[in-house]
Write a new protein. Structure first.
Length: 190
């Protein structure tokens, strides 16, 4: 399933219009009408391409009043773009390096004696340490249903939807058709 994800990423961005959308969004968020105007395309065409880019988590959207703005998820774009070069090179797969002392300190600050997480850190690097801690106990190669993942997360943190989304966004897990599977550790950002 993981190689399928990498192939799907490259197939999806292998389109001139989608590359142009990514290029425009690198300059900042835009709404659909603005993208359509800049590219000389119809709004339904933009919607189609944006939906494809959202499926691979390269674009996300935020609503401001009555307008939906599209944002580029540069971190995921970079991670997925370089994934093929990092396969088998574990030391190069890590976006964030931290020592055992730092890891221990973060866990002591955010994880209670009973194993429950107090809250998710705002700092991304620290949040990744907590997410890596939360993913322990899941088996590599096993496919989990959404209720199974929710149940696992709720042992440690009540907001399972946020943690589940963070697992996907940060490449700890892969989701397809409501089924979840751990990514190989080489794809994890920590």
């Amino acid at each position: 399933m993981q190689l399928d994800k990498l192939v799907n990423f490259h197939k999806t961005i292998g389109d001139k219009t989608r590359i142009r959308i990514i290029s425009l969004l690198k300059e900042g968020p835009l709404h659909g009408q603005a993208l359509a105007g800049k590219l000389g395309l119809t709004p339904p065409t933009i919607s189609h391409h944006v939906a494809k880019l959202r499926e691979i988590n390269i674009i996300y959207q935020r609503r401001e009043k009555n307008t939906i703005y599209f944002h580029l998820n540069e971190k995921n774009l970079e991670l997925m773009s370089k994934a093929i070069l990092r396969l088998g090179k574990e030391e190069e797969m890590k976006l964030y390096e931290y020592g055992e002392d730092e890891k221990s300190k973060v866990l002591n600050n955010f994880v209670q004696q009973n194993g429950k997480v107090r809250n998710l850190p705002a700092q991304h690097k620290k949040r990744l340490i907590i997410l890596e801690h939360l993913i322990k106990g899941l088996e590599m190669g096993r496919t989990y249903s959404e209720p199974e993942i929710n149940e696992h997360i709720m042992q440690f943190y009540d907001d399972y939807a946020t943690v589940r989304r963070e697992f996907i966004m940060n490449q700890f897990m892969f989701r397809q058709d409501g089924q979840y599977e751990l990514n190989p550790k080489e794809m994890w950002p920590v």
